[in-house]
Design a protein around this ligand. Structure first.
Ligand SMILES: NC(=O)c1ccc[n+]([C@@H]2O[C@H](COP(=O)([O-])OP(=O)(O)OC[C@H]3O[C@@H](n4cnc5c(N)ncnc54)[C@H](O)[C@@H]3O)[C@@H](O)[C@H]2O)c1
Length: 249
C-alpha cells in the first residue's frame, strides 16, 4: 500500500495536531493537501516548508470547511487535478467554551458547524471517488470530552460525540467498498487550542491523567497514521482513545 503515492488531505493541517499528522504521513512520500482557516498563511507556510524540507509535494488552501459549497468546490478541484483522494483526515476544530446559560446560538452553531458539519462536508465530497477506487481511509478527530464531558463545553462535547456516531454509521456504509472510517479521541494535548487555558485548568487536567503528562501532537499523529496503514487493515468504525489513561473505554 505504501508503495503507491497516496493523496492525503488534512483539514486543520496548518498547526497543532494536524501539522503533526502531516509530518507523520511525510515519511511515506505522499502528496499532501492541508486545509486551514487561520487569519493568515503564516502557519500554513511553515508547515509547507517543513514538508518540502522532507521532499514532500504539498499544497495549502484556506477554506472554511463548515461551508458545504466552499468545501465541495475545493474537493472537486482536487479530484479534478489528482483524480482521487486516498486519505482524508477530518481534524479541523474550534472551541467556544462557556456555560450553557451563557452560550449564544452563534456559539452553538459555529462549533457544531466547524467541528461536525465539516466532517459531513469533507467526507461527502470524497466518498464517491473513494468508492470508485475501492479504497480509502477517513480518520475523524473526536475528543475525550465526547465520552467524559466537560463543563463549559456542551457545544464542543456534542460536536465530538456526533463525530463518533457519524464514524460508526459511515464505516458500516462503506466497509464493503474497501474504505476504512475510524475516529481518534485525543485527551489533553498541548497546542494553540489548549495553550491559552489558565494554569489552574491545565493543572486540573494533568491531575486526571494517569501518565502525568499532557499529550504531544505526535502522540495523536502516530495513531492516526497507523489507522491508515496495513497494520490496521481489519479496523473500522472504531474510536481509538489517545489520552494517557484519562479515560479508559
Ligand atoms: N488540543 C487538544 O487538547 C485536543 C484534544 C482533543 C481533541 N482535539 C481536536 O484536535 C483537532 C486539532 O486541534 P488542535 O489542538 O491542533 O487545534 P489548533 O487550534 O492548534 O488547530 C486547529 C486547526 O483547525 C483549523 N480550522 C479551524 N477552523 C476551521 C475552519 N472553519 N475551516 C478549516 N479549518 C479550520 C485551523 O486553521 C487550524 O489549522 C481539533 O478537532 C480539536 O478539537 C484537540
Amino acid at each position: 500500500m505504501e508503495k503507491e503515492q497516496r493523496l492525503v488531505v488534512i483539514t486543520g493541517g496548518s498547526r497543532g495536531i494536524g501539522r503533526a499528522i502531516a509530518l507523520r504521513f511525510a515519511k511515506e512520500n505522499p502528496r499532501i493537501v492541508i486545509i486551514h482557516y487561520d487569519p493568515d498563511e503564516t502557519y500554513a507556510e511553515e508547515t509547507l516548508g517543513l514538508l518540502k524540507a522532507r521532499g514532500v509535494s504539498a499544497e495549502a488552501f484556506k477554506v472554511d470547511v463548515s461551508s458545504f459549497t466552499a468545501t465541495k468546490e475545493l474537493f472537486d478541484g482536487l479530484l479534478n487535478d489528482y483524480g482521487k483522494v486516498d486519505v482524508l483526515i477530518n481534524n479541523a476544530g474550534i472551541i467556544r467554551d462557556t456555560f450553557l446559560m451563557r452560550m449564544t446560538e452563534e456559539d452553538w452553531d459555529r462549533v457544531i458547524n466547524v467541528n461536525l458539519k465539516s466532517v459531513f462536508n469533507c467526507s461527502r465530497a470524497v466518498i464517491r471517488a473513494m468508492i470508485r477506487e475501492s479504497r480509502g481511509w477517513i480518520v475523524n478527530i473526536s475528543s475525550v470530552v465526547a465520552t467524559i464531558g466537560n463543563p463549559g463545553q456542551t457545544n464542543y462535547g456534542a460536536s465530538k460525540g456526533g463525530i463518533i456516531s457519524f464514524t460508526k454509521s459511515l464505516a458500516r456504509e462503506v466497509a464493503g467498498k474497501g474504505i476504512h472510517v475510524n475516529a481518534v479521541a485525543p485527551g489533553f494535548v498541548l497546542t494553540d487550542m489548549t495553550e491559552p487555558l489558565p494554569e489552574k485548568v491545565k493543572e486540573a487536567f494533568l491531575q486526571q491523567i494517569p501518565m502525568k503528562r499532557p499529550g504531544k501532537p505526535e502522540d495523536i499523529a502516530g495513531v492516526v497514521y497507523w489507522l491508515c496503514s496495513e497494520d490496521a487493515d481489519y479496523i473500522t468504525g472504531q474510536t481509538i482513545h489517545v489520552n494517557g489513561g484519562m479515560f479508559m473505554s
